[in-house]
Write a new protein. Sequence first.
Length: 658
Amino acid sequence: MAVKPLSAGAARAAAGLVALLALATVWALSHTRPWQALDGRAFDLMTSLAAPRTAHADIVILGIDEPSFAELGQQWPFPRSLHARLLDRLKADGARAVGFDVVFAEPSTPAEDGAFANAIRHGPPVVLAALREKTESAQMALWTEVPPLQLLRDAGAVPGQVQVAPDDDFVVRRHVAAPDAFAQRLHGLAGLAPGTTPAPGEFIAYAGPRGTFDTRSYYQALEPGLLPPGFFRDKVVLVGRAVRTDAELTGSHADMFNSPFSVADGGDRLFPGVEIQANLLANRLAGTGLRAAPTLWPVLLVGACCLLLGLAALRWHPGLGAALAGAAALGMWPLAYGLFTHGVWLAPVAPMVAILAFYATQVLWGYLAQRRRALQVRRMFAQYVPPEVVQTLVERPELLRLGGEQRELTLLFTDLANFTAMSEHQTPEQTVAVLTEYFGAMTPIIHRYGGTVDKFIGDAIMAFWGAPVPDPHHAEHAVRAAIDMQAAMEVLVRALVARGLPPIAMRVGIHTGAAVVGNVGSANRFSYTAIGDAVNLAARLEGANKAFGTRILLSDATAAALPGDVGLRHLDTVVVKGKSQAVKVYTPCTDAALCAASARVVEGFYAGQWQSCEAAVDTILALQPGDAAAQRFAQRLLAHRQGTDGAEASGPLALDKL
C-alpha cells in the first residue's frame, strides 16, 4: 500500500497562503468605489443611531425659509439693506459673531451695498461665503476664486470657503481641511475656546438630523418681540437658506445637500448648507470630529480574529468555528459603533467581509483537503480492506494516525505448499495468472470478515484484523476467514488440477498480540502495515503447520479470544525458531471426539501421565489414521521410554530442531 504522503506543513502553508490572498483581495476591493459606498452606508447608519447628540449651545441658525419670504414679502435675493438691519439687530442683542452662508459676489445698488458694508463695519465680526468654481476643458481643470465684494471685505467682512466635499455618492460626510474654510474663519472670529482643526479626510460628527440646532426664521430676528431679549447674546449666528422646495432655488443654487440623515430618510430630507456649516463649526468648537482609525487597527484586528479562527479550526468542531466566524464578523459592528461614539471611525465592512472571507477560504480549503484525504484513503485502502471500512476511514480520518500506533491485532500469514515446484513447469505469465486467481479468491474473504490485506509477498498473503478500524472480535473474524479461505482453496485446487496443474495447498498461521500499525516507510514512500514480534510469530506459525500436517495453526492468544462455538484442537506446546517462549498451538476442528482426545494427549504428556497420553494417541490414530500430530507424540513417547531424548520427551516441541 505504498503512496506518496501529504506534507501537513505544506498543506497548512498553502491554506495560509490562500487565506492571505483572500484577505489581500478583500483589502484591494475595499478601496474601490462600490465598496466605499458600502462603508458610506455604514457611516450613515451609525450617524443615525448615534443621534441626536447635544447641539452646541453657542450656535444659532437663522434660516431664510418659506415663512420669511411670506412675512417679509420679498423674493430672493433679499435687499442687502435687509441684511444690514439684521446685523444691527444682532449687534444690539449681543451676538458674538455672524456668518452668512450666502455669496455676495455681485454688486447690488450702491445704496444697498453701502448700507450692508456700513452694518458690517459697525457690527459684530462677520464671515461671508466665498466659493471656488471649477471650469473644466479637454486639457485642464481651472479653479476660480469667487470672493465677496471688495466693498464688503474692506468693511471688515472675512471671506470663508463654503465648499463641502461630498463623497462619490453625493453624501457630505467629511470636513474640508482648509485654513480659509467658512467654519474655520467663523471659529477664529468668535473668540471661543480653540477647539480642534480637522485633519485631512476627517469625518463630520453630525449633531443630529435637520433641525437639531436651534433654528429660527430670518424674519424673527428683524422684528422686536418675536424673540426674547438677549436671545442672541454670546451666540455665533449662521444665516443661510433653509427652504425645503423652491422652483427658483434648484441645482447648484439650492444649497441643499445629502447628509447621512438624508440617506436614512430615503433621500427625502436634504440638509441645508447652513446646517452643515453649523455641524462643521460645532465640531471645531467641541473637538468632536470623527478621525479615521489608523490603517494598522483593522489589519491587527482582522489578523487577531483570523488567528483565533485558524486555531479554532484545528481544535474545535466546524460548527463552532462557523459560529465564531459569524460572531467575530458581526462583532465588528458593535466595536465600530463603540469607537464611533468616541470619535473614531473604523469602517466595519472590510473587516467583516475579510473575516468571513478568511473563514470561507478555510472551509473551502478544508473541504478540498478532506476530499483529497478521502481520495488518498480510498486509493490507499480500496484494494486491501472492505468498502465499508474505506468509508469509515474517509469519515473518521483520525483513525489513521501518522507514524503508527500500538494496537492489539490478529495477524494472518499464508503460504502455498508445492507452488515452487508447480511454477517450475510453467511460464512466468502462467505463474502470474495462477497467483492472480489465488489472490482474487482469498482477498474477498479477508474483506468479508473486515480484514486488511497488508501485502502480497511472492505467493504469500499478510493480513490483519483490528486496524485501521478497531474490531473487538478481530480474533474470531481472522479464524473464520481462514476457515473459509481453506474452503475456497479446495475449489481453486480442483480447478487447477482440472487444467492439468499439480495440486497445491495453503498453510495459514494466526496469532493475536500487540503490534505497531500505521504508515511506515521513508519520507517519500510509505505503506500502511504492521510490525513487531506478533507479526513474526504469526509468520512462524504458518511454517509450523508442516510439523503437524495441518492447514491452519493458531496461537493460544488467539484461541483465548475466540467464542465457545469455535471448535479447536489443542495440538501441542512449541517453541518456534528464534523465540525462547513456548506457545500453545491449536487448529480449528469440528470433531468433538478428536478434540477431546487431543486435549488428553497434551495434558497427559506434559503432566507425565504417560499411559493416559499413549491411550489418547491410540484413540486419535484410530479416529484419524496417519495423523501427523498424534504420530509425533507417539515418537516422543517412544523416545521417553527409550531414554534417547529426555528434553524432547518431556518439554515443549522445539520446531527449529525439526
